[in-house]
Structures are given as structure tokens and as C-alpha cells.
Design a protein around this ligand. Structure first.
Ligand SMILES: C[S@@+](CC[C@H](N)C(=O)[O-])C[C@H]1O[C@@H](n2cnc3c(N)ncnc32)[C@H](O)[C@@H]1O
Length: 501
């Protein structure tokens, strides 16, 4: 790949103002939302025959329509149609230019502030108009954005992005790591990832080809991130094995293998953030299953399940994702194979979520598995939340109860309290604490715990507050203390109470 040509492309895209904001201004928020649902009609109509450089680039690279060679030459004056062809981004047929790649602006906000990149990947279903080829290289989807938002933001020396695809996690990881190794089994994916790093002027990422951890054998990393090919797929003739989502193992064994590999490659104290699926079997809870992978690998873990799908819904989701429409004979054939595969292992459901893993330095203190009750707001920065909660857990976990009672606690700024009363009653029948950010937890508490949490303003020690509330409610202080201390530990881990040090 010619770096000078990629630099020319970067200059052209910048000069065309090919940015998220420009595109939304061109076609409007409704068309944006329709595009996310896979419908390009509104956006195409809004662009009409506009020949502005941003409109031409959007028509070609985002909406997947043909443009004329002269239009593209004007939109990319330095790189031109010939340069775009050399980079593998377009095909030329006579004067008609067709997209060979999807190329679009991508914006984000992290601990370093706001940023924007251009990301190239294979054209999606919208352009192919049918089932995807098995070597499809994924662009930035919902799962990619979830993992990007989960990444921790303390500066480390070495990070690994396993299964880098178009390179999106590696680019994010590089913002908080001095060097990054990005691996993939797909040579095409690695070419896109390299192009994207170059296009966005990001150095310090080494790209390596190979299966899972094989390209980093014997190496250790301070951080590992991975959106692995975790989709459970029947290992049956006639079911497409998409490289971008299918790691070629039976059931959820790929995720188990990634967890075991993480344990071999994390430096002591290092953390990993992964996405994954886990099976619920007739005789085994899915979250417990995922927790066991981590425990057996000697890793501390915090596993958050975002959703659980029944076998039919899981099969439908992933068959559709490959571009096969419901109601077709092919859809029904594949759905049957998926259900047979699940039935063979007694699978009753599949959990999806994320795993934060850590290689303990001393005694392991983190073993959490939870189901997320509210939908995650990606903008709340789940990574920052988990990272802060992890730091707080590290402070309180080694403390015995007396030491914890001597600490001062502060209720987090995003926690609100909601009280419901039976009509006419002075006392509330239900008190709920709500977390505005992070995992947006809801917690039902009694009036004593509500009073204690409400008094945690960082001034008085927890023990003093509990004593005062016991006096107020005429309760036994020892019993109240015994009941409240474990709840406070949970609230700290939930990020709803912060220890003042
Ligand atoms: C779900 S995609 C994630 C892409 C990207 N990291 C993201 O977050 O959008 C999984 C990636 O893993 C790669 N992959 C599949 N099997 C692999 C294997 N055995 N070893 C390494 N990478 C693999 C695929 O080629 C694909 O790029």
C-alpha cells in the first residue's frame, strides 16, 4: 500500500469535508436513522444529483451507488479515480465507477475528547443486495461501538486487539497504549486495518496474520481487547461460515478459548475487555458457565449480560445478519439446522454481553457476573464506569468490616432516588435508587439504607452515619451495621457509592 497515495486520499476526504456532521446535514437525521436500519432510500433521495464532493463520496462509498468517473475525479482531486482503484476502493467500467469498499466517517468521544476517523471496510448488504460473501470484512457496527466504549483509558505500554477486522478496536486502543498489536485470520481484514491506520495518520500499530493467539505466542500484554468471532454456528455442511463472526468452533467454545488465551497473554495486573456469547444449557446457567471459563483460567472477572435470546430468535438474528431473508426456503433450512445444533447440546438460550478480565497480582478480589436490567446508553461510557468501579473495588475489597465502617463514602452524582406512596400514606411503599450513567442500575432499598446512602456526602464515616440512622429509626445499631455493610460493598462495586480516600 502506497503511503503517499493514502495521504493524498486523506487530504481529499478532509477537503471534501467528508464528516459525520456533513452527511447528516445533507440527508437529515431521519435518513440517518433509516440507514442504520438498512434503508438507503431517503438518503439517496436527499442527495439527488448533488455534485458536491461530500455528496458524491457519500453516494458512492456510503450508499453504494455508481457515480461517473468525472464526478469522482472532482471529489478526489489528488488521488483521482485511478488512485482510488489502486487502493482497491472502486471498480471502473467505462465511465461508471462502482464501490468496492465502504468508506465512511466515524465519530466518537472518549476520555481524550472527541475524535473522527474515516473507516474503510467491505460494502455491506445494502450494496451487495443479498447474502454476504464468507470472507466479508465488517465495518463499524453496534457491537464494535459497544466494545470501543468499553475500552479502558489509563495509559498502558502494550495492547493487543485480537480479530481486528477493519481495525477499529486497534485504533481506539492506540489512544491509550504506546504500542498495539492487531491480529486477524483474514489477510483482507488486515489490509483494511492497515489502510485505516494510515488513512487516519495513526502509527504504532503492528499488524499480524494468524489464528487466535498464534501470532503473539509467548508475548504478554497490559491490555487485550477483542470482539471475537463469537457467533454460535452449526458445524454442518451448507451453513456459511462467515469469517467475521464465526470462529469455527462448536457452540460457545470459541469464547472459552479466547478467555483461556487471554489468561496466557495478559501481564500481571493487565485487563481484557471482550464481547461474547455463552450458552444456557438444560443443566447449566449461562452466566455461571462464562464465569467458570474465567475462574478456571485463573482470571478475575466481571461479566455483564446484556441480553438473552431463545434458540429460535438467536438463529433468526444471525441468519438475517448474513443476508438471508425470512420466509425463503434457504432461511427455513438454515433455521432448522441451527435448532438441531442447539438441541444436540441441550441449549435453552444464548447470553450476549461483555467480559472484563484481569490477571490478578495478589489474591483475586473480582468475581462478578450480572444481568444488565436497563438498555445501555452507549454515550454513558461503560468503560470509564467499569474502570472506576474496579478501582473502587480494589480499595474496599481488602478492608475488613471495621475498616470499611471507618471510611467516608460519597453517593455518586448520577444517583437519584424515587419514592412511591400508596395514596394517603406518609411512608413510601417502595424506594428505588437509579443510576443515571454506567450500567443504569435500579436498586430497591429500604428506608434505613436510603437514609444511610442519602447521608453519604463524604464528610462523616459510614459507621457514624449508621449509628445516627439507627438512633433515628430506633433500630439495633449492630443488626443494622451487619445488614448494611455487605450492601455498601455492592453499592461501591456498582459505582453508586464512592469511597473517599
Ligand atoms: C466480529 S469481527 C470484529 C472486528 C472488529 N474488531 C470490530 O470490533 O468490529 C471478528 C474478527 O475476527 C476475525 N477472526 C475470525 N476468526 C479468527 C481467528 N481464528 N483468529 C483471529 N481472528 C479471527 C475475523 O476475520 C474478524 O475480523
Amino acid at each position: 500500500m502506497d503511503p503517499a497515495r493514502v495521504a493524498a486520499l486523506r487530504d481529499d476526504l478532509a477537503a471534501a469535508a467528508f464528516h459525520v456532521e456533513t452527511l447528516t446535514a445533507l440527508w437529515g437525521a431521519e435518513a440517518d436513522a433509516a440507514l442504520r436500519r438498512g434503508n438507503r432510500v431517503q438518503a439517496s433521495r436527499a442527495l439527488g444529483g448533488s455534485s458536491s464532493p461530500a455528496a458524491v463520496l457519500a453516494r458512492l462509498f456510503v450508499l453504494g451507488h455508481e457515480v461517473r468517473d468525472a464526478e469522482l475525479d472532482r471529489a478526489l482531486p489528488s488521488v483521482g479515480v485511478s488512485g482510488a482503484r489502486e487502493l482497491g476502493l472502486v471498480n471502473l467500467e467505462g465511465a461508471r465507477v462502482q464501490p468496492r469498499a465502504d468508506l465512511r466517517p466515524y465519530s466518537f468521544v472518549d476520555a481524550e475528547g472527541a475524535g473522527e476517523w474515516w473507516i474503510a471496510s467491505d460494502p455491506g448488504e445494502l450494496v451487495t443486495g443479498g447474502a454476504l460473501p464468507v470472507d466479508h470484512v465488517l465495518g463499524v457496527g453496534g457491537a464494535s461501538a459497544t466494545l470501543a466504549g468499553l475500552q479502558f483509558s489509563d495509559l498502558v505500554d502494550r495492547a493487543l486487539d485480537l480479530g481486528t477486522g477493519c481495525g477499529i478496536q486497534a485504533l481506539h486502543a492506540r489512544r491509550f497504549a504506546r504500542t498495539v498489536v492487531a491480529t486477524d485470520i483474514s489477510e483482507r481484514a488486515l489490509r483494511y486495518a492497515q489502510l485505516n491506520a494510515l488513512l487516519n495518520g495513526i502509527d504504532g500499530i503492528e499488524f499480524r496474520h494468524g489464528d487466535l493467539f498464534e501470532p503473539v505466542e509467548g508475548e504478554r500484554f497490559d491490555r487485550i481487547v477483542s470482539n471475537p468471532p463469537f457467533v454460535i454456528t452449526p458445524r454442518t455442511e451448507g451453513v456459511p461460515a462467515y469469517e467475521y463472526r464465526d470462529g469455527g468452533r462448536e457452540g460457545d467454545a470459541l469464547v472459552a478459548a479466547v478467555v483461556a488465551g487471554v489468561a496466557r497473554h495478559l501481564a500481571p495486573g493487565g485487563t481484557a475487555q471482550l464481547l461474547g456469547n455463552w450458552e444456557y444449557r438444560a443443566d447449566e446457567d449461562g452466566l455461571a458457565r462464562a464465569g467458570a471459563w474465567a475462574r478456571e483460567a485463573g482470571l478475575e472477572h466481571w461479566i455483564v449480560e446484556r441480553e438473552r435470546l431463545d434458540p429460535a430468535l438467536y438463529a433468526e438474528t444471525w441468519i438475517r445478519d448474513g443476508g438471508t431473508r425470512p420466509g425463503t426456503p434457504e432461511f427455513e433450512r438454515m433455521c432448522g439446522l441451527w435448532l438441531d445444533d442447539f438441541a444436540r447440546r441441550g441449549v435453552l438460550g444464548v447470553g450476549f454481553g461483555y467480559l472484563v478480565l484481569r490477571r490478578p497480582v495478589g489474591e483475586p478480589v473480582l468475581q462478578r457476573a450480572e444481568r444488565q436490567s436497563a438498555p445501555l446508553d452507549e454515550s454513558t461510557g461503560s468503560g470509564a464506569h467499569l474502570q472506576a468501579a474496579l478501582a473502587a473495588i480494589d480499595i474496599v475489597a481488602p478492608l475488613d468490616d471495621d475498616a470499611l465502617l471507618a471510611m467516608r463514602m460519597q453517593v455518586a452524582g448520577d444517583v437519584t432516588e424515587e419514592r412511591s406512596h400508596w395514596p394517603g400514606d406518609a411512608d413510601p411503599s417502595v424506594i428505588v435508587l437509579r443510576q443515571g450513567g454506567g450500567l443504569r442500575r435500579e436498586l430497591r432499598v429500604d428506608s434505613a439504607l436510603a437514609a444511610i446512602i442519602g447521608a453519604c456526602d463524604g464528610e462523616l464515616s459510614l459507621g457514624v452515619i449508621i449509628q445516627a440512622v439507627a438512633d433515628l429509626l430506633d433500630a439495633d445499631p449492630l443488626a443494622l451495621r451487619a445488614a448494611v455493610v455487605p450492601e455498601v460493598r455492592e453499592l461501591v462495586a456498582d459505582g453508586m457509592l464512592a469511597p473517599r480516600v
